[in-house]
Each structure stands twice: as C-alpha cells, then as structure tokens.
Design a protein around this ligand. Structure first.
Ligand code: FCB
Length: 458
C-alpha cells in the first residue's frame, strides 16, 4: 500500500476518470439508436472472446444516475465519456435522433450538478454502420459526415462543455480496425489502411472548425502514445524502431501540430506529402490550432527489424518484441511508469512550443479482480500501477512538461473490445450478471489522493 505523500500538482490540475459509450452503455437498440460497426463486428463468429458483445455492456444507459453518484463520491473534477454517434445520428448523416441527444444532455446536467466537468469525446470507435457500408474511414466523405455530427453535438452541449475531444486513438482504428482486423470493422487491408489515418485526421480538422463555429470552447484530440524501444543497437533494429515510432506516435500528431507527415513514414511506402489520398489544403485544415493534446498511455513497445527471411511475406518493416523484466498486468502488458515520463518528455522535446497543454486522458490497468468472502475487492496491483504512473506524471511536470490533468481508465469494469468482459480495468467492480457496482480498494485510494491534493492547495 502506498502512502499519499505525492508532490502537490499545479493549481487547477484536474483529476478524473474516462469511459466510452460502446463499452458501458448497452441499450443498443433503444430510443432510436442506429447500428454501429461494433454491433456488427461482435456478431462475427470468433472475433470477440467467448462471443461476448456490448449489447448490454454495463447498462450505463439505464444506470447512469448511480454511476454519476459514484463519481461524485470519488470527488473527481473531470469525467471523460464518449458520445455514441449512432445514438445521435443513426444513419451517420442526415436525421438527428432527439432521444440520443437528450440522453447526453441529461448526463451533462447531472455531472455539472455534481461538480464534475464533462469532457465528451465525439468518436470512440463506434462508427455508424451505414457509413461503414459506404466505405467507412477509407472514404473521404466520412470526414465530412464527422464534422456534421460534431456540429450537431456542439450546438446542443457547447454551452455546458468546456473541452471537446474529437477522436480517440485514431492509430488503433487504423491499425486494429482496418489494417489487421482485430477491431471493428474487421478489415485486413494492411498498408492500404493508411488512407484511414488521413481521413480520420481530416475529420478531426473539419470537426475542429465545426465545433468552434457551433460555440465550442477548447478542442483536443486524444492519441495513444508508446515509447518505442529498440531491441538492440543494430542499425536495422534502430531503423525499424524509428519507423514504428513514426507510425504509432507521429503519424497522428505531426500533421496536427506541425502540418506535415513524418518523413520516416517512407518505410511504409508513404511519400513526403503523406498517404496518396492527401489533397491540397488538407494539412492546413488538419493543423488548425488546438487547445490541448490528450495522451493515453499504457506501456512502451519494443521493436526489432523483421527477420530478413520473412521480409517478402510481410510488408511491415518492424516486428514487435516482448518487454521482459517488468511486472505485467492481467492483460500481459508490462508495467513501466517511467515510460510515461519518457513519452511526455519526448513530446515536449519533439514539438517544443507547438505542443499545447497535455491532459492524460487515459491510464490504468487490468487486474483479475474478484470479490473476497466479505465481498471486498482489494486490488493492490491497480493501486500500485496508478501510484507509479501518477508519480511519473509529477516527474514530467517537474521536468517542464505542461500537464493539466490525469484521468484513470476507467470508472468501472466494462466491455473491453476484442477481450469482451475478460479484462477488468475499473475502480469499481461490476458483477456482469447482476450489474451490481462495488467500489474496489483503488476507488478509496484514488478518492483519498484527490482529497489530499485538494487539501494541499487550500
Ligand atoms: C484504450 C482504449 C480504451 C480501453 C483501453 C484499455 O486503447 O481507448 O477504450 O479499451 O485502451
């Protein structure tokens, strides 16, 4: 058990939690919600562990008052959640579904009444299926549809929402969704999927101006970052690491902050102007000024060059290697708090005065939590993970990085994508049979930390 002797974070530093719509809401066929790519994908045999789906998820659509109550008990200042595009615009374009907007309107008001600032993400992976049928993020038109939806959401909520996040982890959508087929929509386009990177970024840029035109205050994008560690000093491994870093960390950040694609994408056959689908003027739209950068961090990645014998079969100029010598989470992810400090200082060095203030928009770990015979969940590995990573944020701030907030992934156990209900990331345990919520030891620990930080400033 750690003590709560943390360095005091800067005044105004915001503590909170994050969730996403498909992972918690359920109610997939209620109140006019349209189908998303995740509804469709989950019905494909063999893609989700044990064939599980988000049909019910953790029933947040009905239990949200209880969930907001849990957040007020936690004492958080910020709640990051996502709006389900298919609830608001069931076909992904055209008609607006009023009950969908009403749901987020009520949630926003309840949060504010509880002293919690809402931080909505517009797109956390649940693309309306009709848009996927028309090409999804492979189609340029989807970027324009995204901006239209952003304007609809902002017209309703911008008077009460100070900061908007456009996209969540577009790298994962491109890599898992369109290149490898591990996530919805399950395409296996390999490097052809890079068009989805550009179209998501274009969507981000168009949505940024649509949000501002509809009265939104601050706008951010959230990427997941992972320090790329070379497996050795062999120049081939070093080159592979540079290529991977360009794909994972730079492809969705350089265009936004610098207005250009990284040259190292050439390892993937990408020219200096970016993927082939880039048109004149796109990068100016994509690099519209931003108010914040959302950073999600889970672990570093270790990279080597691919064995020369397989180069002909694999178009990828890198290979992922296991990271050994660290504890791992229940997901098997290495626990490396210093990687977060490293990543934040890389971002500060790389982008200099072009780097807007940073918010840690997700960080957390999966633990195989089970209630003990008194019904309590003593999740010491999560406490230790959060303790280490929060200290890592403090180290980055001490090194001069402007970090303004930290959000734990996640409030409560939920539907973890291809892993179904098998990975528990919550501060609150959810019995997936009864939907009963039980705060874990980490919930009390985080509540005390937030209270101590508030006290240390007063
Ligand atoms: C991130 C996702 C989030 C959750 C965590 C564990 O990549 O944004 O939805 O699944 O991983």
């Amino acid at each position: 058990m750690s003590d709560l002797e943390f360095p005091a974070f800067p005044p105004g530093f915001s503590w909170g939690v994050a969730t996403s719509a498909y992972q918690i809401e359920g109610a997939v066929a209620e109140d006019g919600r349209g189908e998303s790519v995740w509804d469709t994908f989950c019905r494909r045999p063999g893609v989700i562990r044990d064939g599980q789906t988000g049909d019910l998820a953790v029933d947040h659509y009905h239990r949200w008052p209880e969930d907001v109550e849990l957040m007020t008990r936690l004492g958080i200042g910020t709640y990051r959640f996502s709006l389900a595009w298919p609830r608001i615009q069931p076909a992904g374009s055209g008609a607006v579904n009023a009950p969908g907007l009403d749901f987020y309107d009520r949630l926003t008001d309840a949060l504010l009444a509880g002293g919690i600032t809402p931080m909505p993400t517009l797109y956390h992976w649940d693309l309306p299926q009709p848009l996927e049928d028309a090409g999804g993020w492979m189609a340029r038109d989807t970027a324009y549809r995204f901006a239209e939806y952003a304007a609809i959401a902002a017209e309703r909520l911008a008077d009460r929402v100070p900061m908007w996040i456009t996209l969540n982890e577009p790298f994962v959508v491109t890599a898992y969704g369109y290149a490898l087929g591990i996530h919805a929509p399950g395409k296996t386009l390999l490097l052809d999927a890079l068009a989805t990177a550009h179209h998501q970024l274009l969507g981000h840029g168009l949505a940024t101006s649509a949000l501002r035109a509809a009265g939104a205050g601050e706008v951010a994008i959230t990427n997941n970052y992972s320090p790329a560690w070379t497996a050795s000093d062999d120049p081939r491994d070093v080159a592979a690491t540079t290529a991977y870093d360009a794909l994972h960390n730079r492809m969705f950040t350089d265009p936004v902050l610098l207005g250009s694609y990284p040259a190292a994408l050439s390892a993937f056959g990408v020219g200096p102007d970016g993927p082939d689908c880039v048109r004149d003027g796109d990068l100016a739209i994509i690099s519209a000024p931003l108010d914040a950068l959302g950073v999600n961090y889970y672990n570093p990645t270790r990279i080597s060059a691919p064995p020369e014998t397989t180069a002909a079969e694999s178009p990828l100029p890198f290979e992922l290697q296991p990271i050994t010598g660290y504890q791992v989470t229940a997901f098997g992810w290495p626990v490396v708090p210093a990687g977060l400090t490293e990543m934040l200082t890389i971002l500060a060095r790389r982008y200099g005065d072009k780097l807007p203030p940073v918010h840690i928009t997700e960080n957390g770990c999966s633990v195989a939590d089970q209630p003990d015979d008194r019904g309590e969940i003593d999740d010491q590995p999560r406490i230790s993970y959060l303790d280490g990573h929060i200290r890592a944020v403090a180290d980055a701030i001490a090194a001069g990085v402007d970090v303004r907030g930290y959000l734990v992934w996640t409030l409560m156990d939920n539907f973890e994508w291809a892993e179904g209900f098998h990975q528990r990331f919550g501060l609150v345990h959810v019995d997936f049979e009864t939907q009963r919520r039980t705060p874990k030891a980490s919930f009390s620990w985080y509540r005390d930390l937030i209270a101590a930080q508030a006290g240390s400033r007063s």
